[in-house]
Ligand binder design. Structure first.
Ligand SMILES: O=C(O)[C@H]1O[C@H](OP(=O)(O)OP(=O)(O)OC[C@H]2O[C@@H](n3ccc(=O)[nH]c3=O)[C@H](O)[C@@H]2O)[C@H](O)[C@@H](O)[C@@H]1O
Length: 429
């Protein structure tokens, strides 16, 4: 019995020859030349394909990161997007560009003629669709967003190769205070490891960019001296999130000290507004109120209301841009410090804390709907009872002057929310 292999590939030369002998000579010549051409074409296609895939493998480096970057077209988009359109304009790499603050800062920079390249890993901490929509908004303003992770050193090196960034606005982070108990490692991954990878890229870049990055009001932790000033104690964090942000302040100090990187850390105070983060209270409360679902309002000991120095996004954007404008140059080159560089930390708050029930009252008014409120004692999950910023340093150095109070800011948020989701968001029809 012939083996399976023999059946598929007849090994008896005679049999095979016999069949070809029956062919007409002309047809045979024509067939063989077509076959040769076909085989050559196949060979060339295979060669080109393997070259291209090798090239993209070399460009994109490790496949550990679920990013899609590299290639001639991609490089062209990065270069064009990073090109300033005003005299002495900046070239800014905005990390976390599809995030809440990142989107607004990118748009503001582009609007005044700076070059902006965005970077975002589009993780699913909250609805990635919202991030994709922010990306579409940025794209419509000719801002290109690279899909990648700040932990991807090869991708960062490539970006710095393509564009000589004058500034990095580092907003990519694992946000959220209470989620740190659920997924502690995501905070270490983004806020510590990612930060170090980014700083390594900045330190080696030539020229070195100046860096402005997002710290957090949460670093004040258990501090109860009011209002919070930059010089206050920040060594008693109440959450892992806060601890990673505080660690970021120390890590950036090291890079400033050793490598001459210009560093500005911004302690944001509960930022809110259109295109905001769905995990934050004002946002999730709005959704629940519209859906007729109850909301949970935390209270401190002895039923004391919690309060936040809620800060409107447009004010934060002004603080970010003021920081970029005044950041001064990094002094290092070739990975070596050539002189002292700026190291600054600013509070960016609103200076008028509002209690959570008052915030809910404003939402009820703008939504014209009563909330179903459940009051519960604040669980020990990293929350702090109140925040209140002293912004005199930012006012003096950056000209920072918040102008939007919570009532007006939430009105704008609600208007955006209703236009984005509609009144029936999530409601069964
Ligand atoms: O300013 C900051 O440093 C931080 O501000 C916010 O953190 P948080 O102030 O806790 O903001 P929300 O999560 O929106 O909470 C606001 C207030 O609502 C309260 N809350 C939250 C959720 C909830 O279901 N019920 C409730 O009463 C919280 O206890 C808090 O007092 C952001 O989520 C952080 O990423 C940011 O770093």
């Amino acid at each position: 019995m012939p083996s399976l292999e023999e059946e598929l590939f007849p090994s008896t030369p005679g049999k095979f020859k016999d069949r070809t002998h029956t062919m007409n000579r002309q047809f045979q010549r024509c067939f063989s030349s077509t076959t040769t051409m076909f085989l050559w074409a196949l060979f060339l296609i295979a060669l080109t394909a393997s070259y291209l895939s090798f090239q993209s493998f070399v460009d994109s480096g490790s496949r550990f990161f679920s990013s899609s970057w590299g290639g001639i077209q991609w490089e062209r988009q990065v270069r064009t997007s990073g090109q300033p359109r005003r005299p002495n304009g900046f070239s800014v790499l905005v990390t976390g560009a599809a995030g809440f603050v990142g989107t607004h800062v990118s748009l503001a920079l582009k609007k005044r003629g700076d070059g902006v390249v965005g970077l975002d890993n589009f993780n699913n901490y909250y609805d990635p669709l919202l991030k994709k929509d922010r990306k579409a908004l940025l794209n419509s303003h000719n801002i290109f967003i690279v899909e990648g992770d700040v932990n991807d050193a090869r991708m960062l090196a490539k970006l710095f190769d393509i564009v000589a960034f004058s500034h990095v606005m580092h907003l990519a982070a694992q946000a959220g205070v209470r989620y740190a108990m659920e997924n502690p490692h995501s905070y270490v991954h983004s806020n510590i490891a990612g930060l170090v990878t980014l700083l390594e890229a900045c330190k080696s870049a030539s020229p070195q960019p100046a860096i402005v990055w997002a710290s957090s009001s949460s670093v004040y932790g258990l501090n109860d001296k009011v209002p919070f000033s930059e010089s206050d104690q920040t060594d008693r964090p109440a959450s892992l999130y806060a601890a990673t942000k505080k660690a970021g302040e120390e890590i950036t100090h090291t890079y400033n000290h050793i490598y001459g990187l210009s560093i500005t850390g911004l302690r944001f105070f509960t930022v809110y507004g259109p295109w905001g983060r769905p995990d934050m209270a004002y946002f999730s409360f709005t959704r629940n109120i519209l859906q007729g679902k109850p909301i949970t309002i935390y209270r401190g000991k002895n039923k004391v209301d919690l309060a936040r120095d809620f800060t409107y996004i447009d004010d934060i954007v002004k603080g970010c841009i003021g920081s970029l404008d005044t950041s001064g140059k990094s002094t290092g080159s070739g990975g070596k410090k050539r002189g002292p560089a700026m190291y600054r930390i600013f509070n960016l708050g609103n200076t008028s804390p509002v209690t959570v029930p008052m915030m809910v009252g404003i939402l009820e008014k703008h939504l014209k709907t009563k909330a179903k409120k459940n009051f519960v004692e604040m669980p020990g999950n990293g929350d702090v009872p109140f925040t209140n910023a002293n912004i005199s340093f930012a006012r003096r150095e950056l000209g920072y002057k918040p102008t939007t109070q919570l009532e007006a800011g939430l009105k704008k948020f609600v208007r955006w929310y209703l236009s984005y989701y509609g009144y029936n968001h999530g409601k069964p029809v």
